[in-house]
Design a protein around this ligand. Structure first.
Ligand SMILES: NC(=O)c1ccc[n+]([C@@H]2O[C@H](COP(=O)([O-])OP(=O)(O)OC[C@H]3O[C@@H](n4cnc5c(N)ncnc54)[C@H](O)[C@@H]3O)[C@@H](O)[C@H]2O)c1
Length: 360
């Protein structure tokens, strides 16, 4: 297959592309705007493969997207490009509306025109796979409740509301125009190459630097964690085997309280990085509770039984094994982290970013 991926320089997109190039024969075109979250250094290991191509463009630029689609002639589109950080959406929602809603609309329109131009058999086989989040469902209150594919949408943040809107657009493009779509809603991902503004890499790098480990509120918020490479495998299953029009929840059966995640990272660092920064007796001493995020959802947990039953996908990593791999990866790749932290991963392309403020 020729697969057109948006947002492939981001955390999940780059894991997906590394998987596609290293474990399959598919060809990949990665269209990415390279915002602060896009990092081509996450793709260095496959960048020179003849089955991989990169185009820097905005999904909202319909003319450019149309031209790239016409040239590349994909059999499937996997749409991951988005603004994805909840805190940033609270500070400045405009870019989330622009990329996640207007951008998805422009991509759908470019896709529809391309899809209509295909011969009948190729049109029938074509797939548009929209990658979304479990945050569209809002939060859970009952201790045993789980998000299923029919849980009503109740997003809480500008980020999750913009993702919910994009899901609705994708469903409407199927219902109204017949575009063959698939949607996946996934829980929190973690793993290698995660941008260090997100909880797990932030805690690892702050701990190594002897900086406070910020935990929102009382730290009792529960998230369902999935190792990013398990997500990549699930996405490939869905785009190649999923029935058109279906939604699949993807999760790792790994519900953890935020505070327990932070404590687990500290315990792993005690073992894997015993040379603590000067003045730090135990990494866990750096844990600092900070004012809670407005609208913070208490609990997310995914019922992933449909994808297990229908497509035979199950995660390969437990939280313990995935977290150990992740901590070890950061310890082995401090240079990658350094280049993100000092902004040099963006070279001269985009100037400075405000990431350093977030971990200061
Ligand atoms: N990270 C998670 O835990 C998680 C969980 C479930 C679903 N998701 C969804 O998966 C997708 C990928 O998430 P991620 O964590 O890899 O995000 P990310 O922020 O790491 O990467 C997003 C990528 O999209 C690119 N991008 C942003 N705006 C663009 C635009 N207008 N045009 C083209 N490219 C643009 C960025 O440059 C970046 O490479 C998102 O749609 C997100 O909502 C993420």
């Amino acid at each position: 297959m020729r697969i057109f991926i948006t947002g492939g320089a981001g955390f999940i997109g780059s894991a997906l592309i590394r998987h596609l190039i290293s474990a399959t024969e598919h060809e990949v075109l990665n269209l990415d705007k390279l915002t602060y979250a896009g990092n081509l250094e996450s793709l260095t290991c496959i960048a020179t493969d003849t089955r991989y191509e990169f185009v820097q463009a905005d999904i909202a630029d319909q003319a450019t997207v149309s031209a790239v689609l016409k040239r590349f002639q994909p059999h499937a589109i996997m749409h991951l490009a988005a603004e994805s950080h909840v805190d940033r959406s609270i500070d400045g929602p405009a870019q989330f509306i622009q990329t996640n809603i207007v951008g998805t609309y422009a991509l759908l329109e470019a896709t529809r025109a391309y899809w209509l131009s295909l011969p009948d058999d190729e049109r029938a086989a074509f797939r548009f796979h929209h990658i979304s989040t479990d945050e569209v469902y809002g939060d859970l209150h009952g201790i045993d409740d789980l998000f299923t594919e029919s849980t009503p949408y109740a997003p809480s943040s500008p980020y999750s509301a913009s993702k919910a809107a994009s899901d609705h657009l994708v469903r409407a493009w199927q219902r109204t125009y017949g575009l063959p779509v698939l949607i996946t809603n996934c829980s929190n991902n973690y793993g290698p190459y995660h941008f260090p503004e997100k909880l797990i890499p932030l805690v690892i790098l702050n701990a190594l630097a002897g900086k406070p480990l910020p935990v929102y509120g009382n730290g009792l918020q529960v998230r369902d964690w999935l190792f990013v490479e398990d997500h990549a495998r699930a996405l490939l299953k869905v785009v190649t085997e999923g029935t058109v029009g279906e939604t699949f929840n993807i999760g790792g059966h790994n519900e953890q309280k935020n505070i327990d995640v932070v404590r687990s990272i500290c315990a792993l660092l005690e073992e894997l990085a015993p040379n603590r920064p000067q003045g730090v007796e135990h990494y866990a001493d750096l844990i600092t509770f900070v004012q809670d995020r407005p609208g913070h959802d208490l609990r997310y947990a995914i019922d992933a039984s449909k994808i297990e039953r229908e497509l035979g996908w199950v995660p390969e990593e437990t939280f313990a094994s995935g977290l150990r791999k992740t901590v070890q990866w950061y310890l082995d790749n401090l240079e990658w982290c350094q280049r993100v932290q000092d902004g040099s991963y963006q070279g001269q392309r985009l100037g400075t970013n405000n990431f350093k403020d977030l971990i200061a």
